[in-house]
Design a protein around this ligand. Sequence first.
Ligand code: PHE
Length: 342
Amino acid sequence: MGIREELERIGKDTLQDLGKVTDTQTLEQLKVRVLGKKGSLTALLRGMGALSAEERPKMGQIINEYRARLQEALDRKMDELSAREKEARLEKEALDITEPRDKVEIGAVHPTQAVLREVLDCFTGLGFEVVEGPEVELDHYNFELLNLPKNHPARDAQDTFYVDDNIVMRTHTSPVQARVMLSRKPPIRVVCPGRVFRADEIDATHSPVFHQIEGLVIDENVTMGDLKGTLDAFARKLYGEDITTRFRPSFFPFTEPSAEVDLTCFNCRGKGCRMCKGTGFIEVLGCGMVNPHVLEMCGIDPEKYSGFAFGIGLERITLLRYGITDMRLLYEGDLRFLRQFR
Ligand code: PHE
């Protein structure tokens, strides 16, 4: 086949293919097939070497003109197709700014945290400072410095998670007391909130992880009257003016004397109900005057200074605050429960 016929065939085929192309990608492939390095028209130009010297320029001109025309046709089609594709893309990406969106859900402060904030607010209002300590604690701070030497029977009362012989998951927030006494000089007035751990089975009133708020006051001439006044103020602030405290003698190795404190039942306001088992009172905390031996071990002169400490169970007072009867509700994260506190 002569070069001319070949040229015409390429031209016709290309224009025919061009008519069928509907997207830029296929068009690009067509372009490569004809005008690319290995394209049919390019091959034709290369084949000119076989022509005679006088035929060559003439033929070259013809092929180049052809090439320019095809190129132009391809370019035009390319412009047309890419414009159409761009339009389609924009249409697909269009935002309908009038479309209603998903409702924004407003969260709520968890009841335990809400009560914690209230309690801390109450104590900072009385001049206390908030201090925190480690949850993984040395036996030394959790027990020894609190007058609970190894083999002391009272250690059994707190079913301890041991990490090793000397390290425990703290069973109460009282080790923070010891840390504060060792690192500061009186007057001391701190509250220490935090998580504590005990190997308890989960039920309506127990959990292996719960929260306490420890309080500690050390100064000259601090008396049990100060302790009672402080806890009375706390009870009234949290539950109302008609709430009173009831002190019952108790025992803690780190306080002497010690007491357990009940508050007027928040549910029946003292009349007696299911929640307080008919007594009108509910036990919420342990407290006492810091044992002089503990003061001594923590570097404070018991001849000069005295103090009181208390430990409040946060879950306890949260349940009371809202009349919740099962502590597990505080941990389960059930939205049907939590939504009520919005
Ligand atoms: N640490 C005690 C407990 O966990 C509570 C307490 C704190 C008692 C401070 C007296 C003084 O049971």
